[in-house]
Write a protein of this length. Structure first.
Length: 608
């Protein structure tokens, strides 16, 4: 039998021992219908379980723990009332906890508007195996970080800050550095299009690569979890950078579209076929270790295994989108003060052929159908977007939750109060929300600064750079709140419009300089994705996925060459630009079995 990782703290109290146990919810053996959410670890300190049932309660999550001794145990659950935090009526995500089938305390998830330890009282427990069960009552995104049991009358739950602080709790059994997962030529953090391009291209050049992704699927926004179709053209270019991206890009016919069109399995199979890639799905990077001004290793948490490990490397690439690796390493960065593009959570519905109910609850916004765009073609698209003036890291969970709240509220307006005859021949009686992304697609957080900070003006003016490589073809596309839909929630916009600038030819494109892809002050750090070194206007055209995938191809090959020369990403530009251009010219399927073979392929004077 497999047990979750627990914390057992023996303390002498008279002639008896006291014990405290921590059970991490994401490590439950049977998660039922609950999902693991890793998006907000940087703001609330942990992965957690979420009951994402779209109004229908999900199946129970359960696990078995070993209680070390008989005793009266006080029990706490770390949770949050997410609708109360949004100043809506409390208790959207209601659930209960039971031990061996006996419910404990009152309904949870309808209390504090912040993450906190909620007490469910004291219960006698016998030593041995005990079964914990989480029972969802609403289907509206109740969430659980962890459960604490203690028969120590002096025990109080520890404060929870960052994940790094959590690993330092003075409680026996807290995850400690379990092992070294290896020493790599390139460590790629983030499994979206940029991470895929970086890892595959470096591996085919003979580099040993670790690819770290904190979810169980690859593709990032272009996965079945988020369902943004890949955009950005592949215009004629002297470098065939699109070859690798075309291998894994999706076949989606819409955004969103059914899950299978995003081909999660294909992406994973392509990565696993590369013998030089060590793929670490379900691992969250949460910190870096440095030696001087260079990154030496990444610290990672095995989310469902509860083990902390270290991954060492010569070079690193930040494909997190948020710029987390650079931020932790002290890289120069910038962030817009406000008015950023937001996060989208798209959704879909369909007619089922039978009558389906949807619960109307007090916390929902009392929308009329005119308060939002009707989801034509049975799906709500990219413009269901919010968070423009929210902090894009510290308040990202609130942004996601507002997207959930307005999506449910809009569906309630359509389903239970809509103009049925005009919209749906069945009067929406047979209509059901079939999918809502609980993982959001974020557009803008912070930029890591390189030797070149590409501007929108330079793109429009078509300024030339000697290290030009990836061609952007998307327009300068920036999002702002849609004024038409501000009336219902004036302080919390949730529908956006796109402002498309001119100056980018979609058939020709504009080539980004390589110097946008490495940090100007962390010598061994690359970056790929929406956190590259550009200003806000340039971000509007560089941020789409096919383009980001080609950035990864450029960086992966530059990283392999830097490993051969034992040099920095900057040195590639200053000393080896002609060589890396030769690598960029290689077709996507070209491979070297090792870096030695790559070295031997270079001109003798270049390899010295």
């Amino acid at each position: 039998m497999t047990f979750p990782r627990i914390l057992v703290t023996p303390l002498l109290i008279g002639a008896t021992q006291a014990a405290s146990l921590l059970i991490e919810a994401e490590q439950f053996a049977n998660k039922g219908g609950w999902k693991v959410d890793t998006q907000f670890i940087e703001s609330m300190g942990s992965p957690y379980l979420i009951a994402h049932g779209m109004g229908s309660p999900v199946a129970d999550a359960s696990t078995t723990v070993q209680v070390p001794e008989d005793g009266d145990y006080r029990i706490w659950v770390r949770t949050i009332d997410w609708s109360e935090r949004l100043d809506r009526a409390g208790g959207a995500g209601r659930f209960t906890l039971s031990v061996d089938g006996q419910p404990l305390g009152e309904t949870l998830g309808k209390g504090a508007p912040q993450w906190t330890w909620e007490s469910v009282g004291t219960t006698p427990l016998k030593a041995g195996s005990r079964t914990l069960k989480l029972h969802d009552q609403s289907g509206f995104n109740g969430r659980v970080d962890a459960i604490l049991l203690s028969n120590d009358p002096d025990f109080t739950p520890p404060g929870v800050g960052s994940l790094a602080e959590r690993t330092k709790w003075s409680i026996d059994g807290v995850p400690t550095m379990a092992d070294e997962l290896g020493d790599f030529d390139l460590v790629v953090v983030g499994g979206g299009y940029g991470g895929l391009g970086s890892a595959i291209s470096a591996a085919r050049m003979g580099a040993r690569v670790a690819l770290i992704q904190n979810r169980k699927v690859l593709g990032g926004n272009g996965s079945s979890e988020v369902r943004v179709w890949a955009k950005g053209n592949f215009p004629p270019n002297q470098y065939p950078l699109a070859d690798i991206v075309k291998e894994f890009t999706d076949s989606a016919k819409a955004s969103p579209a059914p899950a299978e069109q995003f081909e999660d399995d294909k992406k994973t199979e392509i990565v696993r076929a590369e013998k030089n890639i060590t793929l670490l799905l379900g691992h969250h990077a949460y910190g870096v270790e440095k030696e001087g001004d260079q990154i030496k290793s990444i610290k990672v948490l095995d989310i469902e295994g509860g083990r902390v490990s270290r991954i060492s490397g010569k070079l690193f690439v930040d494909c997190t989108g948020h710029g987390f690796i650079g931020d932790w390493a002290g890289a120069d960065k910038t962030m817009a003060e406000g008015g950023r593009m937001g996060m989208s959570n798209m959704w879909m519905w369909e007619n089922t052929g039978q009558t389906v109910a949807f619960p109307e609850e007090d916390w929902m916004v009392p929308f009329k159908e005119s308060d939002f765009p009707y989801p034509r073609r049975n799906h709500a698209e990219w413009f269901w977007e919010s968070g423009y003036d929210r902090h894009p890291i510290l308040e990202l969970e609130q942004t996601r939750d507002w997207n959930l709240a307005v999506s449910y509220s809009a569906w309630n307006a359509i389903k239970n109060h809509g103009a049925h005859a005009k919209r749906d021949p069945h009067g929406h009686q047979q209509a059901k929300m079939t999918w809502l992304a609980y993982i959001g697609g974020t557009r803008e957080t912070q930029q890591l600064l390189g030797d070149v900070i590409l501007t929108g003006d330079e793109i429009v003016a078509k300024d030339e750079f000697p290290d030009a490589c990836v061609r952007v073809t998307w327009s300068i596309d920036l999002h702002v709140p849609q004024e038409q839909y501000l009336k219902a929630t004036p302080d919390r916009p949730f529908i956006s419009r796109a402002i498309h600038g001119k100056g980018v030819d979609r058939n020709v494109g504009y080539p980004i300089p390589y110097r946008c892809f490495y940090s100007r002050n962390i010598p061994n750090l690359f970056m790929v994705g929406r956190n590259i070194s550009v200003d806000r206007r340039a971000l509007g055209t560089t941020r789409v996925m096919n383009t980001i995938g080609m950035m990864g191809v450029v960086v992966g090959r530059a990283a392999a060459l830097a490993t051969v020369h034992d040099c920095t990403p900057r040195d590639i530009y200053q000393k080896h630009l002609d060589e890396v251009k030769q690598l960029w010219l290689l077709p996507g399927k070209h491979r070297f079995e090792s870096l030695d073979e790559l070295r031997d392929s270079l001109q003798p004077s270049a390899a010295e």
